[in-house]
Design a protein around this ligand. Structure first.
Ligand code: MCA
Ligand code: AMP
Length: 497
């Protein structure tokens, strides 16, 4: 445990009485979290791999910390994952148990696994270490041992499990400590889901590694951000959609209580950080104008954790994601693999460093395809590097990846679900610009019976039930035929136009 979360080594450590996590009225001190995770680790020590139903609750934090403590890789699951996607993730990752809160009702696919109910009070009244043996680092806990397996969408096919070793988690969080002067005195505020890198690794393990604390809002709200930053929060993490919603309120008339409270709380924060997608310069400027504070961006990926970031003591430059973080090597390359080093060149961003994953679970083909022959990871993002090392992301190589609300969504997975609907003859899914979500999922549908096409709601519900609600098409457009080239390939770019 000392390798990743030293402050949680023992329930009686120096930080025992300090608040570690807070979700609404529920909070855990370091002592309570250490005790509960020690008790849980003992119950899962023999599990090869565990699934964690990653609700925004203290139980999820206990479950993940216990898995790290036991050296058992954890697979965080979106509690709203639909049947098809869940079946894929379970078949692929083969967990032997599912860790869930006492109140959780499990979907049938998870009911088949051994359920381990997380008890937030476990260990609290026990003589920990006497009533039952305390578990410290019983499983595989070397630097290359897998800590987490996080599923991420690709252009085609079902999501792939990115295997994240303990070394990558430690390296990336320490590089952020260096860039942001992140300490145990920081109180992080966020409302990010706990089944992705941003919310779980940066947003929970980040503060715990520093011995600081995190206040999770449960569900994003402008009022919640203002309240928590106005009462001790020092840092805010969010996706651009969240900052856009803050900017919308800040842009309103001064003198309203909501707007002024928000402006005051943001002005007082030490660090406002955006990531997972590009924050439009317009929103950067609106927030700066109302608060005098600059949001800083960092650039990462599930497979690489964090690659670049504006430093707390650096020059914030809206529209850029800052220089590479400590330990990260970054270069630009052409399609043919030629490395670009002339100033102003635009190419694919490739990275190398201790922050990288070890590969996709069960997918050596995809792992190999994602790397160059000389061992660099191909991000698929296209960017430039300024003379002073600042990176700007200008686009993405794949047209079939959509970033909506900061979630990566593959067009192919949605097309496969919609094509299985009897009312759909042909379909193409694209991303379209959206002021709130960045991009919104759009389905272009050729109905089997043009006189009675399936409704947009029916198609959205189908995708929500099979994949996840955030993957549902927000817009459905009906066509008589899809535009195809001479080879019969759908011309998505002309759909977008
Ligand atoms: C509406 N809803 C439906 C349907 N229609 N549910 C099921 N079926 C339908 N047909 C419900 C939803 O369930 C939800 O219910 C409500 O409507 C709105 O949901 P949603 O559309 O998801 O909310 P939103 O307002 O559009 O969400 C915006 C958001 C969200 C809060 C910004 O997109 C978000 O949390 N994004 C974070 C993504 C993220 O963390 N990405 C990190 C990965 P209810 O109201 O009950 O909720 S990237 C990463 O990790 C890398 C490393 C990086 O760089 O960070
Ligand atoms: P994911 O695969 O869900 O982890 O998302 C990773 C992708 O999010 C990256 O490859 C980028 O395309 C995008 N991304 C993350 N942070 C930023 C940022 N600050 N600006 C622009 N794009 C970003």
């Amino acid at each position: 445990m000392t390798d990743l979360l030293p402050a949680l080594q023992s329930p009686a450590g120096p930080a025992a009485s300090r608040e570690a996590v807070r979700f609404g009225d529920l909070s855990l001190t370091y002592g309570e979290l250490a005790a509960a995770s020690i008790a849980l680790a003992a119950r899962i020590a023999d599990a090869g791999r565990v699934a964690v139903r990653a609700t925004a609750t203290p139980e999820t934090v206990i479950a993940v910390v216990a898995a790290l403590r036991a050296g058992v890789p954890a697979v965080p699951l979106n509690p709203r994952t639909g049947e098809r996607e869940l079946a894929h993730i379970l078949a692929d990752s083969e967990p032997t148990a599912v860790l869930a809160g006492p109140e959780d009702t499990l979907p049938p696919a998870l009911e088949k696994l051994r359920r381990v109910t997380v008890d937030a009070r476990a260990g609290a009244t026990d003589e920990v270490g006497e009533a039952r043996p305390a578990v410290h680092d019983v499983g595989e806990t070397g630097p290359e041992a897998p800590a987490l397996i996080v599923y991420t969408s690709g252009t085609t096919g079902p999501p792939k499990g990115a295997v994240l070793p303990r070394r990558a988690v430690a390296a990336s969080l320490d590089a952020l400590e260096d860039a942001w002067g992140w300490t145990g005195d920081d109180v992080l505020v966020h409302a990010l889901p706990l089944f992705h890198v941003h919310g779980l690794i940066l947003g929970v393990l980040g503060p715990l590694r520093r011995g600081g604390s995190v206040r999770h809002l449960g569900k994003f709200s402008v009022e919640g951000v203002a309240r928590e930053l106005g009462s001790g929060g020092t840092m805010l993490f969010g996706v651009p959609t969240m900052y856009h919603r803050l900017a919308e309120v800040l842009d309103g008339p001064a003198g309203t209580a909501e707007r002024d409270a928000l402006a005051a709380s943001l002005s007082g924060a030490r660090l406002l950080v955006s990531g997972s997608a590009a924050l439009p310069v317009h929103d950067h400027e609106r927030i700066a104008a109302a608060t005098g504070r600059r949001v800083i961006e960092r650039y990462g990926m599930t497979e690489t954790l964090m690659n670049t970031g504006i430093r707390a003591d650096g020059v914030p430059r809206p529209g850029t994601v800052g220089p590479p973080l400590a330990g990260v090597e970054l270069r630009l390359a052409e399609d043919d693999g030629a490395v670009l080093d002339e100033p102003g060149a635009i190419g694919e961003i490739q990275v190398r460093g201790p922050n990288l994953f070890t590969g996709y679970l069960n997918r050596p083909d995809a792992t190999a395809a994602a790397h160059t022959a000389d061992g660099w990871f191909r991000t698929g993002d296209v960017g430039t590097v300024d003379a002073d090392g600042y990176v700007t992301i200008v686009g993405r190589k794949a047209t079939d990846l959509i970033k909506s609300g900061g979630y990566k969504i593959g067009a192919g997975e949605i097309e496969n679900v919609l094509l299985a609907h009897p009312g759909v003859r042909e379909v193409a899914v694209t991303g379209e610009e959206d002021p709130d979500l960045g991009e919104r999922v759009v389905a272009w549908v050729v109905a089997s019976d043009p006189d009675s096409p399936p409704s947009p709601e029916e198609l959205a519900d189908r995708v929500s039930a099979e994949l996840a609600p955030h993957k549902r098409p927000r817009t459905v457009r009906y066509l008589d035929a899809l535009p195809r080239n001479d080879l019969g390939k759908i011309m998505k770019r002309s759909l977008r136009a």
